[in-house]
Each structure stands twice: as C-alpha cells, then as structure tokens.
Write a protein that binds this ligand. Sequence first.
Ligand code: TUI
Length: 315
Amino acid sequence: MLRTSLCDLLGIEYPIIQGGMAWVSTAELAAAVSEAGGLGIIGSGAAPSGWLKEQLRKTRQLTQKPFGVNVMLRSPFLDEIMSLLLAEPVAVVTTGAGNPGKYVASLREAGTKVIPVVSSVALAKRLARGGVDALIAEGMESGGHIGELATMALLPQVVDAVDIPVIAAGGVFDGRGLVAAMALGAVGVQMGTRFMCAEECTVHRRVKEYVIKARDRDTAVTGISTGHPVRALRNKLTRKYQEMEKENLSPEEIEKLGVGSLRRAMVDGDVENGTVMAGQVSAMVKKVQPVKDIIRDIINEAGLILGRLNRQVIN
Ligand code: TUI
C-alpha cells in the first residue's frame, strides 16, 4: 500500500496516472489501468469527437472506476472534443501542448477535475490562479511534445510556485522514480512509456518490440527549430528530420514530415518511417507485462525503498 493525497483527490488506490498518448492510450489500456487501481486516461490526440465517444462507451463497459481523457490542445477537433466532454463528463481531463485556461471553468462545472500538463513555472502559476485541480509537471525526458526543463529541475520549481497538488511526469519508470518524485514534492506520477508496453495496450506489436530494444541514447529530439520539439525513438524519420534541420529548411517544410507519422508508427507498426514517440526510460523497458503487474511492482518497490531510506539515515 502506498496512498497519497492524489488517491483521495481522484478516488483511486495508487498514486499512478497513465499518460494519455495519441493513437496509443485507447479504452483497453485506460480501463486496465483504472481497474488495477491507477487512473487510466484515453488519449484523444487529433481524433474527431466521434472516435472519442466510442472510446468513452468502450471504457465505461470495461470499468466502473474513474478514468480520464487527455485533450491535445492543438487538435483540429478541439471544439467538438470539448463539447463532447461537457455533454458526457469524465472524472478527469488532462491537457497537453497548450494553455487550457478558457475551458477550465466549464469542465469543472460539469464535475470534471482538470489537470493540465505544464512544462514551465509561468504556465503552472497562471493555471493554478485559474482554479485547476492539480498540475502535471512534465520534464523533457518524456516522449512526444516536450518543454525544455528536465523533471529533476522542473518539478520542485513547480511545487514551490503553486499551492495545489503536483504530479510528476518524464523519466519515471519504477518505484525509484515514484519515490524520487515524492521526495521532490509530487503527490504521484504519470507514466506513458512504461504503459505503452503493457499487455493491454493496443499499440502495434512492432512498437513495443522497438521500445524494448532501445538503449539509453536511442531517443532523439526533433523539431526544436520549428518550435515544436518532439522526443521519439531514433529511426529513418528522425534522421531525415535532423538532416532537414541542419540544412535550415523552413519550419513548414520540416513539419510536413510529421503529418500522419504518429499513426504510421503506432497503428501501422512502421517503426522506421513513423514517429515512435517514447521517453528516455524506453531503455528500462525489458518486457511486455500486464498493467496489474506493472502497478504492483512499482508500489512494492516504492514501499521497500521508503523503508530502506529510513534505515539508511544515521541519526
Ligand atoms: O502534450 C504532450 N505531449 C504530446 S502532444 C502530442 S501530439 C503533437 N504532436 C506534434 C506537435 C504537437 C503535438 C504528442 N505528445 N505533453 C504535455 C506537454 N504539454 N508537454 C509540453 C506541453 C506544453 C507546451 C506548451 C504545455 C503548454 C504549453 O504552453 C504554451 C502556451 O500556450 O502557453
């Protein structure tokens, strides 16, 4: 057992949230995480509201426990996604890739807890003033769209800047990561990459194999020159990005490479020509495991570490 205030806030057993990854975090994974005592999250990415409606139905069929939806704020379907979430409220909405400020009040009125992902102290402060329920401070160790700071530096700065609960994301893989995050002031963790290789995750089998094969330096950040940095596993596509960035091609030209590339990897399994968004902890993923085992291992390990740290300290 390892409960924190996050468990009470969200009505969950363990302080572990699953990242809402576009094309990866579907009903099957979200329901499995919620059933195992964490908070499962459907990643709505750039999908239309019809897709999300079907995912909500499936998730509700698979679990009675609370779950959430991640809203990617650069989605072309943002308005209809938000309307659906007001018509069919979920327990939690997390957001990414922007400032969700103007949606906070209406979501909360619908009974939804709003937990934006932030990568800077400035946005954390602004959103805390705007009345969000908690924040996820995401370091650049994460996969996908990232900010500039690493979790070790970002997290305590966000914790000090706001008086609402803060959840850590980026570089968290196991019980060590959970305890470290708590030491830095977090009430829990969000993990994406680890859950991507869960048995229940519907991502293409070749993606799980590619993550498991990855070593410590096998992720790359592309898109820094376009203002939209993305971390993904190195492959033919990230090398093409890097060449184009070196040649100083226009952001529009470079961004064309990304269109449709996430789906190509995650759904079609093209791990060479698609964008395999995954975090720096990819190298720590050694096998495909059921969600229940992942959560159990993390909680057990965190408990052992907490005991050991206590005994290690010499008074
Ligand atoms: O959102 C993510 N990770 C993502 S979103 C995504 S889909 C996408 N693909 C290409 C380009 C853009 C999106 C893949 N992975 N993580 C949460 C996150 N949010 N990380 C960083 C941010 C962030 C960045 C800027 C949050 C707010 C922000 O604010 C800018 C502003 O408007 O103030």
